[in-house]
Design a protein around this ligand. Structure first.
Ligand SMILES: Cc1cc2nc3c(=O)[nH]c(=O)nc-3n(C[C@H](O)[C@H](O)[C@H](O)COP(=O)(O)O)c2cc1C
Length: 388
């Protein structure tokens, strides 16, 4: 065969088409990790955020979606996109998260999985890495619930990724934690601590990392010609610090009046928040009357995390764009003779300094008031400088 410049051109064109279609197909169909949840109280969602952070830490892209469920229309969980059963085959790995119902998986999740019959018949999820995490109240039946979930995944021929018994640093052994060797759970009804606990979030992060590692290694076995995974996702340094501290930013609270969540003037961002947690105030009431100081501190942490969640939106989705924290003003719902406002406000200040380092140092004012919006124990106004 004579290679004229024309045949060379046609051959080159076909080669480019081949690589483009092959590369394109791999990128679109094999790119993401799905974190599929059922959550109406937000506990499963919080674990999902840490699982996601663990996956992203290993260089993979992850998306959280939920199965159809009935959630209070005011609840921010409604913002999570709804998955369809058909789309499960698109992902390179799936983390499934659901509430525990009587030592089993939640009915919404079960209804969703019942729609995967056609996928099961064709065994289209065969060898796809999958992991399970769950949210309980007392934690009763958490291990049986995960293993029940595994029955479905085994029927699909998926490769199940366990949590194991990792020895993670600084785990608080004085309180019951929801780690099981099968997957992380949270015990959302335990008194005296906000759940998921920091340590449960650390286990979730680790489980996400484990899922991503399993995906990265199966990719080599399944597709030896595939290019190595691209490190497309660069994790923000501040997010990385949040992950290390076991902090998951809440869903951005919706305004409850005629105002916007933030305003940017020049390079300054102005944000005000109360202690909303999934549409309800965390520990509503007056400090040292119906709310203890410990609860007020947790509410203060929640409020500053709400602020950070809004700030992230204002800073183009990347907290690395924050130049510095300028000022905080905290108002607490207190009795007239209360004096420890500074002790409460330190919860917010310390958190910002541990997240942003020197850039987190700020000026501050604290006030007492004997009523606050929505009966919140605390309201914080914050000013930040961001990159232009
Ligand atoms: C019908 C029903 C059964 C439940 N059974 C259990 C159970 O066996 N064990 C447990 O620890 N929690 C059980 N729970 C509590 C939920 O699993 C728990 O509230 C969970 O954290 C909810 O998750 P979410 O906040 O993401 O919606 C049950 C809840 C319901 C509604």
């Amino acid at each position: 065969m004579k290679f004229t410049s024309n045949t060379m051109r046609i051959f080159g064109f076909m080669l480019i088409c081949f690589y483009l279609t092959k590369g394109f197909a791999m990128d679109i169909s094999n790119k993401e990790v799905l974190i599929l949840i059922d959550s109406s109280g937000g506990n499963t969602y919080k674990l999902a955020e840490s699982i996601k952070a663990g996956v992203v830490n290993k260089g993979l892209h992850a998306v959280i979606k939920k199965v159809p469920n009935k959630v209070d229309p005011q609840n921010d969980l409604n913002k999570i996109p709804i998955a369809t059963a058909d789309e499960l085959v698109k992902y390179r790995g799936i983390a499934f998260g659901a509430p525990i119902y009587f030592g089993n998986i939640s009915t919404n999740m079960m209804d969703f999985m019942a729609q995967t019959l056609d996928i099961w018949k064709k065994q289209e999820l065969s060898n796809v890495p999958a992991t399970v995490f769950m949210s309980g109240c007392s934690g009763s039946g958490s291990e049986t619930a995960i293993i029940s979930f595994w029955n479905i995944l085994a029927s699909h021929g998926m490769t199940i990724v366990t949590l194991g018994n990792p020895s993670l640093p600084d785990i608080n052994k004085a309180i019951p934690q929801g780690n099981t060797p099968y997957g992380v759970t949270t015990r959302s009804c335990m008194p005296g601590d906000v759940r998921p606990s920091k340590d449960e979030l650390k286990y979730a992060y680790f489980q996400g990392q484990k899922l991503a590692s399993a995906i990265n290694s199966t990719k080599i076995q399944q597709d030896p010609l595939a290019a190595p995974a691209k490190k497309e996702i660069t994790t923000s340094k501040v997010e990385e610090r949040l992950n290390k501290l076991g902090i998951v930013l809440p869903i951005t609270p919706k305004p409850v009046g005629n105002y916007v969540p933030y305003k940017i003037v020049g390079n300054l961002v102005y944000i005000n928040q109360v202690a909303l947690n999934n549409g309800k105030i965390l520990y509503p009431g007056m400090i040292e009357s119906t709310v203890t100081e410990k609860q007020a501190k947790l509410a203060t942490q929640q409020t500053i995390l709400n602020i950070l969640s809004v700030l992230k939106v204002a800073a183009n989705g990347n907290l690395d764009n924050v130049k510095q924290v300028v000022q905080l003003s905290g108002t607490f719902n207190t009795q007239p003779n209360y004096t420890n406002h500074a002790g409460l406000m330190n919860e917010a200040s310390n958190l910002l300094v541990s997240i942003f380092g020197d850039k987190g140092i700020h000026t501050r004012a604290t006030f007492g008031a004997n009523s606050l919006p929505l009966n919140s124990p605390v309201e914080i106004q914050a000013i930040f400088e961001i990159n232009s």
